[in-house]
Structures are given as C-alpha cells and as structure tokens.
Write a protein that binds this ligand. Sequence first.
Ligand SMILES: [Zn+2]
Length: 74
Amino acid sequence: MSNRGGKCPRCGAVEGGGYLVVWQRNVSFSAFNGYRRAYSDYSLIHCLACGALWRTKANYVNRLRDASEKERRG
Ligand SMILES: [Zn+2]
C-alpha cells in the first residue's frame, strides 16, 4: 500500500498540519456482527479543517493521533 503522507481528499489538508485525526482505528462496524467492533485493515479518518470523513488503510494512519472526545462530537 501507499507509504505517502496523508492528505484530506476534500480540502487537501496534509498530515503534518495537525488537522487529520483518527476517529476509529482499525475497526469496522457491521450489521452482520450486531454492530460490534471487528478488526479491520481500515481506519476512519476525520479532517478537522473541513469535516470530511473517509476510510483508509494507508500507512500514514499510524502517524496520526486519535481524536479527542470533543473532536469526535464535533
Ligand atoms: Zn479537509
């Protein structure tokens, strides 16, 4: 997979700018398991600059911090 730096697909904010945070690291929620957490290669990323949400399994996720509770609530 890609080893490039992370970037917001909507506004272009980059990983080093502090706007990209991890909402859910390596989890997926599925109706098939009753919406319990299941391990996934993908993590859910949030851009604090524009509010975009996207899923990725790129390596840059490992370098991002987790979102605070306040940030999760928006
Ligand atoms: Zn953005």
